[in-house]
Design a protein around this ligand. Structure first.
Ligand code: URA
Length: 426
């Protein structure tokens, strides 16, 4: 078959800072998915985009072409509005767990496609798989049925969504082209648009434990993703939220499920509740459901919705969660206010304890992780427990502790409390 373009001319146009035409973009993404554009040619194009960026219309088209390279889910037959949330990834970020059933308890369908842990950030599927019997591999028709009957589903993103992104993401990983805002934004948005939602709320993290450590970068990423979503007729908005310290008091799979259940029972740490409610308000408001979502956390309706969600996916909501065979507690070495507890250090420690993977094929430990006994702003006294490390394999303690070297500070002065929601883009 003769091709309408050749890869070299597309690469050189971008290398020279020109905007690619819709036809060039459609062709290059399709030809790459078909294997006609070679990996080394796409690597060169990704690097040219890294240096020369893309205009807003180019980026919208690029995302659409990636979206069209795979399957697109369709929930337009449901008699409910649909809303989805995506977080760019953080430490202790268990928010999807209480959020999806909470939003569903108000009659909004939540088709939540989730992933597994990546590096020091945990994955929602790994967390839920610590519940005995629960499974996240559902067919499209099972997902549809569950949305009709339960209102929320949390499932593994199918291999057929945004096929071009699957190839391109693996290529970017080995060609130093991951940290490029247009490529990140189009990668995330092509998958989210494929999930068939009408409303998308993005939780863009910033701080030491996030992909985007600086606020300005996080803001730019949020703006770019909101523009792409809006141009594709999905009501999209973003909150920019703090990731300098872990969310809540637990990091690790079963430990985080336990904390999410506390929130659903009307308790739980204040920051987890605040972020869950902030995201729920945005999702519900965008679907024209104007309620105070705190009510269904307090009256048990969100918990009922969680129990249905877990049971529908084979899990036992009453089963005891796995507990680690070994624990090691680290105490405060002086008295004062805990002024810093670094998200990245705690995330890496939890990963090294077995909560995350070293290689893609590794199994995670359900019970591994870190429990925080104090959060920044709390007063601690010398000798008081600060962190407890959990693992089934105690030979991991030493490397986990090394990751925590210098990860906290205790001082006499009290820091200004840092808000969790730092910005909003619509
Ligand atoms: N997550 C994605 O899905 N894609 C990126 O490029 C970065 C994070």
């Amino acid at each position: 078959m003769s091709e309408p373009f050749d890869a070299v001319s597309v690469i050189s146009a971008k290398r020279d800072g020109l905007a690619l035409s819709d036809a060039q973009i459609d062709w290059v993404i399709d030809a790459y998915t078909r294997g006609v554009v070679a990996e080394e040619q796409m690597a060169a194009l990704a690097m040219a985009i890294y240096f020369k960026s893309m205009t807003a219309p180019e980026l919208t088209r690029w995302t659409l072409a990636m979206l069209n390279s795979g399957e697109r889910l369709d929930y337009s037959g449901l008699e409910k509005p649909t809303a989805d949330k995506h977080s760019t990834g953080g430490v202790g970020d268990k928010i999807t767990l209480p959020l999806a059933p909470l939003v569903a308890s108000y009659g909004v369908a939540v088709p939540q496609l989730s992933g597994r842990g990546l590096g020091h950030t945990g994955g929602t599927l790994d967390k839920l798989e610590s519940i005995p019997g629960w499974r996240g591999n559902l067919s499209n028709s099972q997902m549809y049925q569950q949305l009709e009957q339960v209102g929320a589903v949390i499932a593994a993103a199918g291999v057929d969504l945004a096929l071009a992104d699957r190839k391109l993401y693996a290529l970017r990983d080995i060609t130093a082209t991951v940290d490029c805002i247009p490529l990140i934004a189009s990668s995330i948005m092509s998958k989210k648009l494929a999930s068939g939602t009408q409303v998308l709320v993005l939780d863009v993290k910033t701080g030491s434990g996030a992909f985007m450590t600086e606020y300005a970068q996080a803001y730019k990423l949020a703006e770019t993703m909101v523009e792409i979503g809006t141009a594709n007729q999905v009501k999209t908005l973003a909150l920019i939220t703090d990731m300098t310290t872990p969310i809540g008091t637990t990091v690790g799979n079963a430990l985080e499920v336990q904390e999410a259940q506390e929130v659903l029972a009307g308790g739980g740490p204040a920051d987890v509740v605040e972020l869950t409610l902030a995201l729920a308000r945005e999702m519900l408001h965008a679907c024209q459901v104007d309620v105070d979502p705190a009510e269904n956390l307090a009256n048990g309706k969100a918990m009922d919705s969680w129990r249905k969600l877990i049971s529908a996916q084979g899990g036992d909501p009453d089963a005891a969660l796995p507990k680690a065979k070994h624990t090691h507690t680290i105490n405060a070495d002086e008295s004062g206010t805990l002024t810093r507890l670094d998200a990245l250090g705690v995330g890496i420690a939890s990963w090294r304890l077995g909560a995350g993977r070293e290689r893609k094929e590794d199994q995670v430990q359900a019970a591994a992780g870190v429990v925080l006994h104090a959060k920044p702003g709390d007063y601690v006294t010398a000798g008081q427990p600060l962190l407890t490390l959990h693992t089934d394999t105690p030979e991991r303690f030493a490397r986990a502790q090394a990751a925590l070297d210098g990860a906290w500070e205790i001082k006499v002065d009290s820091p200004e409390p840092r808000p969790i929601v730092l910005g909003r883009v619509e």
